[in-house]
Ligand binder design. Structure first.
Ligand code: GTP
Ligand code: MG
Length: 672
């Protein structure tokens, strides 16, 4: 257990899908002798992918938290997901981890997920190490590989090692700092002489390393120029300085599943990456902590993961949630080891822990004290861009479904659920079709809720295209007291987006003023259901300009009904049309996919507004009917080999082309 934050490292393990992050956690635990057999993702018995659905799918969905002792240091490990739909979740991890282990493999170097992960790490100014995993899979040319890495990561990448291979297998690495060869058998390291055929490369890359390191400090430069050599201690200090100033990024090589180079990787984490930097000693400061993730744990319920930024957070105390502006009682605090945990009395500044069952606190909230309220910038996640409508299979599933969804939304910051009042549909939105598919799977397996899915209904509208007048008359004679209302209405189209206007032009009390509100109500009611396909009527003005009444038989209800009748008649004569929602899309694609992406938008009745070029990327701004956007995220992904991204927002309503309108109207008639 470390005594000071100096000996602490908060390390987010990030990178593209399947690069070996979860397997690395396994290898780390094995190296630290916390387990004596490594689990494997294929067998579904890893420490990190413990969730049923993660096991089933074979990839990580939820980030998980571990802590690992290594050479009198404590390393907090956060294993992030790499699959496209889930990768935005690592943004939360990068807010609490100062340092990242960017895991790549020779074949994932240019992948979109790798780029995304690296971009997030840069945005959060994390201090990175790059680990080239799966070196056992194929023998790659080392110089060419480092050249490609440097190009891809647009950063000065410094190999700290050179891979040792024989025939077709990867054996170990030459450490360029101490110039020692290390090969591995069953995860055990053995020192070896530098192989003859690597001598040239060792020389070349060691020179590059020494030069880069020397440049971090004037005294080091002098020494280096004098003797063309630096001591191990000097190199290590230079590496620390260079990483802390974002001057270069060290590169290490190995294999998680074959346990090659893992000890050196852990050494590099404690030797070269910075500890959490704290302003004062933790003891003196008042506490502040950020809840960066919420987990749903069997038997325990919700568990909030948090990082303490100042002071300490202790079990049994009351703190202030400055995000929700309310007090919060801190229950039992834990240290996490994936899905198992150990109780701890408190967590001090720099460190990461978990607390059970907070009442008022959600992901992204800040905990502090009322006396010293602290605010932190909110966690940022992309807006969901893919939606599906859910219907419970059985009546009894309805309540269960909404409760289960509320829980899922709490633990997944990329997920949103909304009741669409108009269609009555529950709309689940997320970052892609796979994301939503997995959530539906979770509903079934974890909450025993079965749902049917359907496309979210498009909120069409109806409007009129000409002005006209019509009479609405309601007369009933039943026994003694009758019902009588009579109005004349004029309707006129309004420009798009103006909604509805009611004008009263009654003169001389031909419709007594006490009945006017009922007329307006009757009109409004008739507007909720258009005559073409029962969609709401918008963008029109209705003027009440004439009518008659009966001193005894007239009533509010009679005028209400008369107005509804009159409006329907007027609409029928006023050449009604269907309107559809148009969304504005911002689509980002690499150069080479611009043509296909544009073509796809055209086939969706889209109109390209502009194309803006930036470094290797094209940003297309387009407007597209919402009705044509089904499966857009999947389609864009396949067009761009996963490298496209898009955001959408509502823009305006437009007339539906006649042929399509006929189809929609026919469909509504059929389903009614
Ligand atoms: N040959 C080889 N296979 C590896 C190595 N590391 C991981 N794998 C395999 O690669 C696959 C993916 O590994 P994971 O550890 O799940 O990768 P991940 O980065 O956690 O994947 P996501 O969670 O989906 O982002 C598994 O089948 C692993 O057994 C390695 O060093 N060598
Ligand atoms: Mg994983």
């Amino acid at each position: 257990m470390p005594t000071s934050s100096e000996d602490l490292r908060n390390l987010a393990i990030i990178g593209g899908q399947g690069t070996g992050k979860t397997s690395l956690v396994e290898a780390f635990f094995y190296q630290a002798k916390l387990i004596n057999k490594m689990g494997s993702v294929a067998q579904g018995n890893t420490l990190s992918d413990y969730d049923q659905i993660e096991k089933k799918r074979g990839f990580s969905i939820n980030p998980s938290l571990f802590h690992l002792p290594w050479r009198d240091h404590k390393i907090n490990l956060l294993d992030g997901p790499g699959f496209t739909d889930f990768i935005p979740r690592i943004r939360a991890l990068l807010r609490v981890a100062e340092t990242v282990l960017m895991v790549v493999t020779p074949s994932t170097l240019t992948g979109s997920e790798t780029r995304k992960a690296w971009q997030y790490a840069r945005e959060e100014k994390a201090f990175p190490l790059i680990f080239l995993n799966k070196m056992d899979e194929e023998i790659v040319d080392f110089s060419e590989l480092t050249f490609r890495i440097e190009k891809e990561f647009s950063s000065l990448c410094l190999p700290l090692q050179i891979p040792i291979t024989s025939d077709k297998s990867f054996l170990g690495v030459v450490d360029l700092i101490g110039v020692r060869g290390k090969v591995y058998e069953e995860g055990k390291a053995k020192e070896v002489k530098i192989p003859k055929d690597l001598e040239e490369e060792v020389k070349k890359f060691r020179k590059k390393l020494l030069e880069a390191v020397a440049e971090t400090d004037d005294t080091l430069i002098e020494k280096y120029l004098e003797r063309e050599e630096l001591t191990e201690a000097e190199i290590k200090k230079g590496l620390r300085d260079g990483i802390s100033s974002h001057t270069f990024t060290p590169l290490l090589f190995g294999s998680a599943t074959k346990n090659v180079g893992i000890d050196l990787l852990l050494d590099a984490v404690v030797d070269f990456l910075p500890s959490p930097q704290l302003k004062e000693s933790a003891e003196k400061e008042s506490p502040s902590a950020l809840v960066f993730q919420t987990l749903l744990e069997a038997h325990l319920g919700e568990l909030n993961l948090f990082k303490v930024f100042s002071g300490a957070l202790s079990s049994g105390t009351t703190v202030y949630n400055s995000t929700k502006r309310t007090d919060e009682k801190i229950g039992q605090i834990y240290l996490m080891q994936g899905n198992s945990r150990e109780e701890t009395p408190r967590i001090v500044a720099g460190d990461i822990g978990a607390v059970a069952k907070l009442k008022n606190t959600d992901t992204g909230d800040v905990l502090c004290t009322r006396e010293n309220p602290v605010t932190l910038p909110p966690l940022q996640f992309p807006e969901p861009n893919t939606s599906i409508a859910l219907k419970p299979k059985g009546e009894k599933d309805e309540k269960k479904m909404s409760m289960a969804l509320a829980k899922l939304v709490k633990v997944d910051p990329l997920l949103k659920i909304e009741m669409d009042k108009e269609s009555g549909q529950a709309i689940l939105s997320g970052t892609g079709e796979v994301h939503l598919e997995i959530m539906i799977d979770r509903l079934k397996t974890e909450f025993n809720v079965e749902v049917q899915t359907e496309q979210p209904k498009v909120p069409y509208r109806e409007t009129i295209t000409s002005s006209t007048e019509a009479q609405g008359r309601y007369k009933r004679q039943t026994g003694g007291h009758g019902q009588y209302g009579d109005v004349w209405l004029r309707v006129r189209p309004l420009p798009r987006g103006e909604g509805f206007k009611f004008v009263n032009k009654i003169k001389g009390g031909v419709v007594p003023s006490r009945y006017i509100p009922s007329v307006e109500k009757g009109v409004k009611e008739a507007l909720t259901k258009g005559i073409l396909a029962s969609y709401r009527l918008v963008d029109l003005e209705v003027t009440l300009f004439d009518g008659t009444y009966h001193p005894v038989d007239s009533s509010d209800i009679a005028f209400h009904i008369a107005a509804s009748i009159g409006l329907k008649k007027a609409i029928e004569q006023a050449k009604p049309i269907l309107l559809e929602p148009i969304v504005e899309l911002e689509v980002e694609v690499p150069d080479e996919f611009l043509g296909d992406a544009n073509g796809d938008l055209n086939s969706r009745r889209g109109k390209i507004l502009e194309v803006e070029s930036s470094r290797e990327k094209q940003k297309i701004r387009a407007i597209v009917p919402l009705a044509e956007l089904h499966n857009y995220s999947t389609s864009l992904r396949s067009i761009t080999q996963g490298r496209g991204a898009f955001a959408k927002k509502f823009s305006h309503y437009e007339r539906v082309p006649d042929e399509i309108a006929q189809r929609i109207i026919a469909q509504t008639k059929k389903s009614n």
